[in-house]
Write a protein that binds this ligand. Structure first.
Ligand SMILES: Cc1cc2nc3c(=O)[nH]c(=O)nc-3n(C[C@H](O)[C@H](O)[C@H](O)COP(=O)(O)OP(=O)(O)OC[C@H]3O[C@@H](n4cnc5c(N)ncnc54)[C@H](O)[C@@H]3O)c2cc1C
Length: 595
């Protein structure tokens, strides 16, 4: 039986914090305590991180009448964190949109897929196991995705594009990795529209005097009193007017200490910290790449995980990460090393750096983790799509709100124009990016590929032989080429026919629109492990017991339980993990501070 959250009386909490310390904070920062000088506690709860998980947790606390301090190291322009930049893809099970597209889904099928994908193997039944709570979060999360998730969000005004995407098609076994059916629902308005309802609730809380923002407050330490977390300490960073996503100054101008009976850590993962990624890189994925591009803003620095561990929080599954294998260097970078992921359809041919075609299941959009291992096994940090302009036009989508002005701006006309023209963001990458080669003939393409890398690893003969062999299979109705089989399979799903899969054609044929090669970089993104939490979002210590006063949500908590995804994701599960775990932690923290 799950231990209940310990209740911390708000009146008692006021006696927890020393007024002298609050006074010291005032002396050093000039700031007044948040909710009146008389209280020794500055709020009922402190939330660290104003990303999606922090916003949802704060909204829940406010709804329960609690007073919240919402701290972030970044400025107000960054409210919403990574979620703002996201594509807004959400994993729903048996949704109206799926039914409209003729997709038959069910809770049982989704749970089979989740288990086959996660591969939980670290002590599911052992209360001390790293996967013990992860597994329980996964059960709860699939229930949520097949249950109230869509109606809850629809009730907040969110809508979804009706063409459900089929991400992570899997490793080839019905009960193994991958989505048996399409489940990736793109939010109308992308990431900003996922953030909006929760930002609104939090801003209403500010207006009602229930929430105080503390921007540019970087937490460096969790304060503990008699084994319970009772506040945070850190540095006030100098004011910054940088635009959203741009790296901000780390110059400090003062210290702060704030007290509350409950602290929720919602500080995100480690995706911008390549050192931490390399330190945690698992041997099963080969050597850590020397060169990676960065799929998240610089604030996803992972510092707060170590800080929470210093206060006794247990980090589990740190070697499980979700990095993409189809990264483009952004010609118009916002954050340092900014990379953009291609969300590929199934038709491009995929070659390693030496020009050898990958085998199943390393086809575009099938098995991200397996493909990552195949790439690192080559000893090179990049690979190649060899494709056609026709495939690029129909199948390439770029992940990120700013790369989809039609969906983000809710502009139907612009969206429709994808049917007859290359979307402008893709056109710009082809024009200005450093990873694309376009050519009329294969020799020119090979020359361009070798010029980009300087490695001279691609031979015309080798590439030609493999492409011609694949192209021959287009004439063969009973192909043994598994990727060609996959293309035909995709063309039996209306969603793919409409928007994601080009009609089967020969790469070297006359109707290709021209040849295209794309150098694909490894793009850092999501942290699958993290702080181990129980179903209330309480952070567990080394003994497996909750640390009083300490909660975690979102990517910092491995999207729930320290790793709700296990080894792999079915995609669209991260925003949902922040919504679900943020809500759970907010509700539990509100219950713990009742009375
Ligand atoms: C381009 C892009 C596309 C994506 N697309 C999708 C998608 O389609 N579907 C999907 O499910 N997921 C997607 N994701 C992933 C998803 O957006 C993130 O996993 C999720 O938003 C993480 O939210 P979070 O609240 O846990 O953390 P974050 O958004 O990282 O927020 C954490 C906040 O904590 C602050 N912070 C950190 N440390 C401290 C400290 N010590 N003191 C004070 N503040 C601190 C940070 O400044 C930050 O504001 C995408 C991500 C990106 C970047």
């Amino acid at each position: 039986m799950e231990p209940r959250s310990p209740r911390v009386s708000r009146r008692r909490a006021i006696g927890v914090a020393g007024g002298a310390v609050a006074g010291a904070a005032i002396a050093q920062t000039g700031a007044l305590p948040a909710f009146g000088a008389a209280a020794a506690a500055d709020a009922d709860a402190i939330v660290v991180g104003h990303g999606l998980a922090g916003l949802v947790a704060t909204a829940e606390l406010v709804a329960a009448g609690r007073k919240v301090l919402l701290l972030d190291q970044e400025n107000e322009a960054n409210l919403g964190g990574q979620a703002y930049w996201s594509f807004g893809g959400l994993f729903f099970v048996d949704s109206d949109e799926q039914r409209l597209m003729g997709v038959k889904d069910s809770h049982d099928l989704a749970w089979q897929d989740w288990l086959g994908t996660a591969g939980f193997d670290r002590g599911v039944d052992d209360p001390a196991g790293q996967d013990h709570w992860a597994y329980r979060w996964a059960q709860a999360y699939v229930d949520f995705a097949a249950g109230e998730k869509r109606s809850w969000l629809a009730g907040l005004g969110m809508q979804w594009f009706p063409m459900v995407g089929w991400a992570e098609r899997g490793g080839g076994l019905a009960d193994g990795h991958g989505n048996s059916v399409p489940r990736f629902h793109v939010t109308w308005g992308t990431g900003p529209a996922v953030v909006e309802p929760f930002e609104k609730k939090v801003r209403a809380g500010v207006a009602a005097g229930k929430v105080v923002f503390r921007f540019r407050h970087r937490v460096d330490e969790l304060v503990t009193t008699n084994g319970a977390v009772t506040g945070v300490r850190g540095k006030v960073l100098e004011a910054s007017a940088v635009a959203r996503g741009k790296p901000s100054s780390r110059t400090t101008i003062g210290d702060f200490e704030l007290k509350a009976p409950v602290v929720i850590v919602a500080s995100g993962g480690i995706g911008a910290n390549h050192d931490l990624i390399r330190q945690n890189w698992p041997a099963r994925l080969g050597k850590a790449p020397t060169s990676m591009i960065t799929g998240v803003p610089a604030h996803v620095d992972g510092r707060m995980l170590g800080i929470t561990a210093n206060a006794g929080g247990r980090i589990v599954n740190p070697d499980r990460m979700w990095h993409y294998t189809e990264g483009l260097r952004n010609w118009d970078a916002i954050w340092p090393g900014h990379g953009i992921r291609i969300l590929p359809g199934p038709s491009s041919m995929w070659f390693d750096a030496t020009g050898r075609r990958f085998r199943a299941p390393d086809w575009p959009g099938y098995d991200t983790l397996h493909t990552l291992g195949s790439i690192t096994a080559t000893g090179y940090d990049y690979s190649w799509f060899v494709t056609t302009q026709k495939i690029v036009d129909k199948e390439f989508a770029l992940s990120g709100s700013e790369q989809n002005p039609d969906l983000t701006g809710k502009n139907l006309w612009l969206l429709l124009s994808r049917v007859w023209q290359t979307p402008e963001p893709i056109r710009k990458f082809q024009q200005y990016g450093t990873d694309f080669v376009k050519a009329a003939t294969l020799p020119e393409l090979v020359t361009g590929m070798n010029r980009i890398t300087g490695d001279n690893l691609i031979t015309l003969d080798g590439l030609k032989r493999q492409i011609e062999a694949r192209d021959r299979e287009i004439d063969n109705a009973y192909s043994k080429d598994a990727q060609v089989q996959g293309i035909r399979n995709a063309l039996s799903y209306p969603g793919d026919v409409l928007g994601r899969t080009a009609s089967a054609h020969k790469i070297l044929g006359p109707d290709s629109g021209g040849l295209v090669a794309v150098r694909l970089n490894i793009l850092t993104r999501k942290t699958l492990g993290g702080l181990q939490t129980n179903l209330q979002g309480q952070v567990l210590g080394a003994s497996g017991s909750p640390i009083p006063g300490l909660y975690a949500a979102g990517e910092a908590a491995g999207f729930g339980g320290g790793g709700v995804h296990g080894y792999r994701s079915l995609e669209g599960t991260f925003l949902g993990g922040c919504l679900f775990s943020g809500r759970a932690a907010g509700r539990a923290a509100a219950a713990a501070t009742a009375g």
